[in-house]
Every structure is written in structure tokens, then in C-alpha cells.
Write a protein that binds this ligand. Structure first.
Ligand code: TNX
Length: 541
């Protein structure tokens, strides 16, 4: 049935099945409520069927139930379709039922991905058969960088829906960076009054410098974020907020200049950054900075109930600390070897601070340098090395090597490819991505709690461009994260490509403007947007 991601076991009889009718009852068992609401609202809208509540009768029904004996962990599920009795989706836990309902949507055909029926007399038939499925990883993540380019709330909610379609369960929101602060903080209003806006934006990552000469910005209110969190939770998706420190913080410094290294630069003159790259203007390693971010995080914790809080930690140049008398005084005071250790001090401070509040810190792999508390987790982005080291040191790891799953990297070598950033990572490359490196022992490998694809948006200035860069590669990534695939060389790429033709029809019905297999459509080319193309195969680090 061309399912994506591929299920563990499936056996169908496609010439027989169960047809959903206007009177078909939806029987929702205890624990299956969220899946029940989703079926009624989303499949109800697509099919025009009402799915009345009731007891299953002789005409068959759709039944959603939790049964802890379904094997494969809490997200596992089973579907049986009988021509007479109807459809039964059984999850090992509530999430399993929900993922089963996502599979049911694919079994109904591409028209089930629309928001209203296009033909009044369509038959909604589910093929008869039996299916059993469970995910490989518990963390199946997608990171959206809403800091470089703001994505209006509606776009984020749409991406939550698109993640659900692909059985992805962690939405990592990169909420702060040099170029924008996107989360309202009651105690520090200037973070969004000032930090959410920039005067103009550099177009593309490469030379020559071209600017769009128009303001850009936006932010989410606390209620916007509560809505996103609740909308995601209704779909069994956890939202992980990222407040990036101590680098990538110029938007915060522009709003509150005392956060910067005032004895090195005139931080009062720093604007929200309008260009890209690794930025020397980092936070000052002071007690004030610690208190400020504790206060910010206190509000963040009130909005985001999930265990993990992402603290960034990436790309923090230490030059300003080295030339700052105040920072060097702090180095001496704390008995540190050098300014570099200030970074790990800061990260460890928040590691402890979060742990005291029952949360866990996650950060980019730079946070490993200098030692981490045992509960902290590492997102390995500079290749596999950081993840391997972290797993060996007993930390949980989310594998997201830029060489494989950075969705801002271009999708083909073709000269028409818009924004030719970095190396080409094709759909096939992503399909052959393996999150667990061979050199890990089984015990170490168990530390790899999952994997994540990251969409950095320096050159993605609208949802249309994000769609183009993210799809179809996110579909391949979803299969890597969910399905128990064989080693990369043995993966059935032709089979995946075949299933993708059915999946393109689903994406079309959803209104996703993916990159077509034949290359960008004429209006998807962006000739003015230059990048840093790199030749040859991407590095496997
Ligand atoms: C590196 S990944 C970054 C981001 C950029 C990205 C572009 C990471 C932790 N830092 O700030 O947007 O490369 O590919």
C-alpha cells in the first residue's frame, strides 16, 4: 500500500476491504481519546463522514483502543481490517493508537489528505488485512529555525500536522539567535520589542553582499506558544524549545546591551544581526547574565512542559572573553585554565539549574567540551564524532550530523538548484543515512535515543521555500527514524522511490510544495540567492 514510513509487517488483500459509510460508528476506547478526536476532525473533514460515537454493530465500525500487550513499546500499534467488522486500530499506548490512525489515513488514499471532500460519492475503502508496526527510535525530531526567518504561527501548526503525517514526535524550535528573538518574555519585554526585528536581511550566504532592504521579524506570544505546545501534544508531539547561549545571542544583546562584553565592544550600538555566520558578539560570562537567563528560562519552563530544554551551546567564539578584563577576572576567580572553560561553566550551571527543576538539558555537541552532568543529552551536529564521544561518556544522544540531515544543504548538483548551499544531499543520501554508527557497542548504541533533521532558515524566507527544502527529504528521514531499515548499502532505494510516487500524491493533497524529482519548477528557482556551493561528496565525519 506504499506506506511511508514503511511498517514492520503488513499483509493486505487489496481486492477486498471495509468501506466507511456515513453511519460508520467510531468507538473510542480509554486512552485513545486524542486519536479519536483527530479521526473525527481530520479524517472527518477529508471524507465528509461524521464518525458518530457508539457501540460497534453488525455494519462494522472503526475502533480505536489501547492494549498494552501490543509488542514494540508504547508507540507500537496494530491495525486489522475485516470486510464485515471494520477497522480496529490498537495501540500499545495512546501514542500508538495515534500513529495507527496516521497509517489508516494513508490506507484511505491521497484524497484523505485534503481538508474537504472533492467528490460527494467517493468510496472510502480500507483494504482488508493486518498490519503491525513500531518505531525504531523514541526521538524522531525535526528542528525548525524560526529565529533566522520568522515563521508565522499558522505555518508552525501546519508543520506540526506534517510531522504527524510522518510519525515524527519531537519538534525542536530554534527560538533565539543573532538575527532574532522569537519568544515573548514578560519580565524582559525588549527581547521581542527590539530583539524580534531587524532592519534588513542579507540575501543568501555567499558573496557578494546583497541585502533585501526591508525589515523582517515577528515573535510568538506566550499564548501562541502554549497553543503550539497543546496542538502538538494533541498529536503526541513534544515541543523542545531552544534558547541558544552563550553564542548566537546578538538579538538579546541588542535588546539588553549589558548582556554583552561591554568592556570590549560598544554593545549599545549592536543591532539585531542582519547577516549570517559565526558571530564574535557573545554573552558576557557574568552573574547578571546567569540571573537574566534563569529568569528567561523560568518563563520558558512554564510554557513548555516537556522534559528537555535545549540550551544551544554551539559556535561560541571566545575572542571577546580573552580580550575582556572582566571576563578574564572571572576566569581567575573561578580558577579556570582559560576563557574557553567559561563556556562549559555556563552550560553546567544551566544543566544543574534545569535538573533541580526536574528537567534535562540538551545542547549541541560543543557542550561536551569541558564535561557535562550525567543527565544532559547531546545533539551531534558536527558529524558523528560528538555523538560517539557522548554515548561513550554515558550521555543520551540525538544524531543529527550536518553531513546527512541538514535540510538547508542543497538537494542536487544541478545548476538550477535554488540557494546552492554546502554539499548536495539528495533524497537517496538521506534515505541511506544511518543514525547509529558501527563503532558503537550495543550498550553505547542504546544511548542513541534518536535522530533529528534540522532546517536552518538563513536562506528560507517563507513557508514555500521551507517546503521546498524540507520535502521530500523529510519523508526519507521519517522512514530512517521510524522503520527498522537494514544497513545503508542494503536499503531498498528503488522500493522507496516507488512508494514515494504514492507519497507525492499525499503531499500534493496536503498542499506541500516539495522539490519535484525532476528538479525545481521554474518559479522555485532563486537565481539571485547565492550560496557557498561545495564540490564533491559531503564529508562523512
Ligand atoms: C551551523 S548547527 C549552525 C547554525 C547554522 C547552520 C547552517 C548549529 C548548531 N549551528 O547556526 O544555521 O550551521 O547550516
Amino acid at each position: 500500500m506504499d506506506l511511508i514510513p514503511h511498517p514492520r509487517h503488513a499483509a493486505y488483500v487489496t481486492d477486498d476491504g471495509f468501506t466507511l459509510r456515513p453511519g460508520t460508528v467510531l468507538d473510542v476506547g480509554p486512552g485513545a481519546e486524542r486519536a479519536g478526536r483527530w479521526v473525527r476532525s481530520v479524517l472527518g473533514a477529508a471524507t465528509g463522514l461524521e464518525f458518530p460515537a457508539g457501540e460497534p454493530g453488525p455494519d462494522g465500525a472503526v475502533r480505536l483502543a489501547v492494549d498494552a500487550t501490543v509488542p514494540g513499546g508504547p508507540e507500537a500499534y496494530r491495525i486489522t481490517v475485516d470486510p464485515q467488522w471494520g477497522v480496529r486500530v490498537t495501540g500499545a499506548g495512546p501514542a500508538g493508537v495515534f500513529w495507527g490512525a496516521q497509517t489508516l489515513r494513508q490506507l484511505l488514499g491521497p484524497e484523505a489528505f485534503r481538508r474537504a471532500p472533492t467528490a460527494p460519492d467517493r468510496r472510502w475503502r480500507v483494504p482488508a488485512g493486518h498490519l503491525q508496526d513500531a518505531p525504531r527510535f523514541g526521538w524522531r525530531g525535526f528542528m525548525l529555525d524560526v529565529a533566522r526567518h520568522f515563521m508565522p504561527k499558522d505555518g508552525v501548526l501546519r508543520y506540526v500536522d506534517l510531522m504527524a503525517v510522518h510519525k515524527l514526535n519531537v519538534l525542536h524550535l530554534h527560538l533565539t539567535d543573532d538575527q532574532g528573538w522569537r519568544v515573548e518574555v514578560g519580565r524582559y519585554p525588549r527581547l521581542t520589542e527590539v530583539g524580534a526585528w531587524r532592519t534588513r536581511t542579507k540575501v543568501g550566504l555567499g558573496a557578494p553582499d546583497v541585502w533585501d532592504e526591508r525589515p523582517h521579524g515577528g515573535y510568538y506570544t506566550r499564548d501562541d506558544l502554549r497553543e503550539i505546545v497543546a496542538y502538538a501534544a494533541e498529536r503526541h508531539i513534544t515541543v523542545v524549545p531552544e534558547i541558544d547561549i552563550p553564542g548566537h545571542s546578538q538579538a538579546a544583546i541588542a535588546a539588553y546591551p549589558e548582556l554583552g562584553n561591554t568592556d570590549v565592544v560598544d554593545t549599545a550600538a549592536l543591532p539585531v544581526l542582519t547577516g549570517w555566520g559565526v558571530n564574535p558578539n557573545v554573552l558576557a560570562p557574568t552573574e547578571h547574565t546567569l540571573r537574566f537567563y534563569e529568569n528567561v528560562l523560568t518563563e520558558v519552563l512554564e510554557i513548555f512542559p516537556g522534559t528537555f530544554v535545549h540550551i544551544g551551546g554551539d559556535e561560541c567564539p571566545t575572542e571577546q572573553w580573552r580580550s575582556s578584563p572582566a571576563a578574564m577576572e572571572r576566569v581567575a576567580e573561578l580558577g579556570l585554565r582559560d576563557a574557553g572553560e567559561l563556556q562549559s561553566r555556563l552550560i553546567r550551571h544551566f544543566d544543574r539549574w534545569l535538573a533541580e527543576r526536574g528537567r534535562r538539558l540538551i545542547g549541541w555537541d560543543e557542550i561536551l567540551e569541558g564535561g557535562l552532568a550525567p543527565g544532559a543529552a547531546v545533539a551531534s551536529w558536527r558529524g558523528y564524532a560528538g555523538g560517539i564521544a557522548a554515548a561513550r561518556a554515558g550521555h543520551d544522544v540525538v544524531m543529527c550530523p550536518q553531513s546527512h540531515v541538514y535540510l538547508d544543504w542543497r538537494q542536487s548538483e544541478h545548476p538550477d538548484e535554488p540557494a546552492p548551499i554546502a554539499h548536495a544531499r539528495t533524497l537517496e543520501d538521506v534515505y541511506r543515512f544511518e543514525p547509529v554508527p558501527d563503532e558503537l557497542t550495543p550498550r553505547e548504541a542504546a544511548r542513541v535515543i534518536g535522530t533529528q533533521a534540522n532546517a536552518w532558515t538563513e536562506v528560507m524566507d517563507s513557508v514555500r521555500v521551507v517546503d521546498y527544502m524540507v520535502f521530500p527529504r523529510l519523508a526519507a528521514f521519517a522512514e530512517v527514524a521510524w522503520s527498522a531499515l537494514p544497513p545503508p548499502a542494503e536499503r531498498d532505494w528503488p522500493g522507496f522511490e516507488r512508494r514515494m510516487s504514492a507519497h507525492y500524491a499525499r503531499l500534493d493533497a496536503l498542499g506541500v510544495e516539495y522539490r519535484p524529482p525532476a528538479g525545481p519548477r521554474p518559479w522555485q528557482r532563486r537565481p539571485g540567492v547565492t550560496g557557498r556551493p561545495k564540490a564533491g561528496p559531503p564529508p562523512i565525519v
